[in-house]
Design a binder for this molecule. Sequence first.
Ligand SMILES: [Zn+2]
Length: 333
Amino acid sequence: MEKTFVYIAKEDRQIADTFRQSYDPYVYQGSLEENLKEARRLKKDITHCRFCKRSRQETKFKENTHMLSKLLGNYNYYSHDECDTCNRLFGTRETDLSCFLGTARTFDHLLTERKAPGFESGSGQVGVKKIGPEAFYVFQKREGEDFKVDMESGQAKINLDSQIYRPDNVYLSLLKMALGIMPEKDISNYALAFKILQEPEKYPEVRHLFKANVTETEMVIARPFAQLFRRRSDLNSPDLPQMLFCLSVGRFMFQIIVPGSELTEANMGKSLDMRVAPYIQLNLQETHDRVVQKRYMKDLSSNEPIKKEDRMQFSFATDNLVSIKIEGLTDLF
Ligand SMILES: [Zn+2]
């Protein structure tokens, strides 16, 4: 098996040691290689969809499908075994994932060959555009209370609340990526997870597993990186899930449980203990310590739409106001 070397920041070594006692790295997906041709070729021969199991006769395999969501910056890496019906179902959920990330997708954008996605706040009043490596253009899109700039005192208050999203769709989007990179031979062991992905409302007993451990870091990575961890085979701990999935994107790492055969029809409601994974750095040429800012558990069990609150506040020098032009759009940089 191919070995991948990674760097763990000093402050995370303790967490890494504890994690390693229970989990082994299993599969990585962080390929930067363009594989569209190969994916299209493989799609011609695919007999059934990995996700919904529908056959060629029952569904279509015409669309180009992304292994990790393209909303996260994965433009080049395609899957070959996802049908068009699933692609559309997952696509609507991924919109919730991008709303959940809010301004981060614009502010943390590093891909030089692609324009950063713009941001529009939930109220439609505030927009953000990236105009340079360190420069953003924050502007008022529509009249309203969300954009307040006081020229006398030099105070600005801007409300950047996200568009509304459903928390459970954020979990389901992460779960989809986990099942997408899972090796073929493991699929039968995770039949429950595949069913949840198709019809989540049919499994209220497993809702308590819809959560993510979020690590926020100083570092911002340009492309998403996904990995599966498998519980060590010598370990007999029924409370630990067999498989965990981690996705690094921007300045976040999300970790979720992949529900597998440890949950049976009879014990679906049982709680599983998520061991926190360390934050992994792949670029060994440039390693950093003191990168982890905070970690918290995010409950994603609700299907009620909510918005992420985000405020921006700053002061500016009022003696140089000549550089600030106000004509509908307000240039603050
Ligand atoms: Zn399908």
